[in-house]
Design a protein around this ligand. Structure first.
Ligand code: PLP
Length: 408
């Protein structure tokens, strides 16, 4: 009989599978696409809002050679005409495209993942906002980062808390990950003053900023556009900033298109990592997105989206005012997809969820966005994907669930 020194068949998974938030994300994706529920859970556009006709026209009008190319592999850096289009688009946002390089990625989540792989070894410290986009938390956990969340208020990350955190750390954080414009889940936008204060702290401590700007274009009122200035566009900040953006909220997440703008040194290593991940992003969607931009279809489409989301936000807020008990408060977002509800401290959104899901309404619990998975006295409602006709019914059910938990 042969005896092996290896243990008999037992999976020996890597530490990468141990992301605490991964199950939350799986559940979220499932709930978001569930047909029978009234879902305030999904942070995605409604199917009826996609530019299906415009993309039909673009594909039908493509010359044969481009159609063929769209089925092909492409350069790891991205389809060159799209790189040029993104460059022009980012230049209009005052981003320093001349001193940096653009890498097209398979969604901006891939950009976040690449940067994490580039900088983070197991146990390294990453700073995030608390609450924080759960997709990013999953990435950071997957690579074994030691995540420290810093609380935010209605103007952004709380500077005194950030300073205290930095003071308490024994090692230098690899980077701070932040979403200054139309935060997911909190729905806030940083004030320009807070953006500058944050840059000052990062400069002083030589900490890299990973700036996630997935919602930049989705302001409701033109007057607020000035607030959306990316932090990377603030001149002479003296901070190393890696900027990420996405086509998911301005064409559709099914395109799986994002990008990063980073210094040549960071870009070069990022390109190598991407090569190993998926060789290149889909040429098919890059070619379509490029024509969407080139043929000036983005601007009118954004105008339509802004109006649509603004109306949805107004409707949701009206329903909240009408049905929610006075113990619950919420912010008034200036753009993006989310309203963040704050509950009395002794109430858990998970308990509300247990009640509302029985009646066919889902949302995302507060603890999902806490790096430690604990703080649960908040919840996220998304107005981007719920049918307008279901909104009132959904909020009525949710308010009932809140009242029930309050009375327990
Ligand atoms: C703040 C934030 N960043 C990044 C993403 C990921 O977007 P993408 O589809 O480009 O990977 C999302 C998606 O919801 C998001 O909310």
């Amino acid at each position: 009989m042969i005896t092996s020194k290896f243990t008999p068949m037992k999976y020996s998974f890597s530490y990468m599978v141990n992301s605490m938030h991964a199950e939350d994300v799986k559940l979220l994706m499932k709930q978001s696409s569930g047909k029978s529920m009234i879902s305030f859970a999904g942070g995605m556009p409604n199917n009826d809002l996609f530019p299906v006709k415009q993309i039909d026209e673009i594909y039908n009008e493509l010359p044969d050679d481009l159609k063929k190319l769209s089925f092909q592999y492409g350069p790891t850096s991205g389809f060159p005409p799209l790189v040029k289009s993104v460059e022009k688009y980012l230049k209009r946002k005052d981003l320093p495209v001349d001193k940096n390089k653009i890498l097209i990625t398979t969604g901006s989540l891939q950009a976040i993942s690449i940067i994490t792989q580039e900088f983070v070894n197991k146990g390294d410290v990453i700073l995030t906002e608390n609450p924080c986009f759960v997709g990013a938390l999953t990435v950071f956990e997957t690579y074994g980062a030691d995540i420290h969340g810093i609380p935010i208020d209605e103007n952004g990350i709380i500077i005194s808390e950030l300073k205290d955190k930095i003071k308490s750390l024994k090692v230098k954080p690899k980077f701070l990950y932040a979403t200054p414009n139309f935060h997911n889940p909190a729905g806030i936008i940083y004030s320009l003053e807070r953006k500058k204060e944050l840059l000052e702290v990062l400069k002083e401590h030589h900490i890299i900023l990973l700036e996630d700007d997935a919602y930049n274009d989705l302001y409701f009122k033109k007057a607020d556009k000035v607030l959306t200035k990316p932090m990377k566009a603030i001149e002479n900040s003296g901070v190393e900033i890696i900027y990420t953006g996405s086509f998911s909220k301005i064409i559709g997440p099914g395109f799986r298109l994002g990008y990063m703008l980073a210094s040549p040194e960071i870009y070069e290593k990022a390109e190598t990592i991407k090569q190993a991940l998926d060789a290149c992003t889909s040429n098919f969607t890059q070619i379509l997105a490029n024509d969407f931009m080139q043929k000036n279809k983005l601007k009118p489409y954004l105008k339509f989206l802004r109006k649509e989301y603004f109306n949805r936000k107004k409707k949701l807020q009206k329903c909240l005012k009408k049905y929610m008990p006075e113990e619950v408060s919420w912010n008034e977002p200036k753009g993006g997809f989310y309203i963040w509800l704050t509950l009395p401290k002794h109430i858990k959104s998970t308990d509300i969820f247990k009640q509302s899901v029985k009646k066919g309404v889902v949302f995302v619990t507060g603890r999902t966005f806490d790096p430690k998975g604990k703080k649960d006295d908040c919840l996220r409602l998304s107005f981007s994907n719920v049918d307008k006709k279901d909104m009132e019914k959904g909020i009525k059910i949710l308010a009932k669930a809140v009242k029930k938990v309050l009375s327990q």
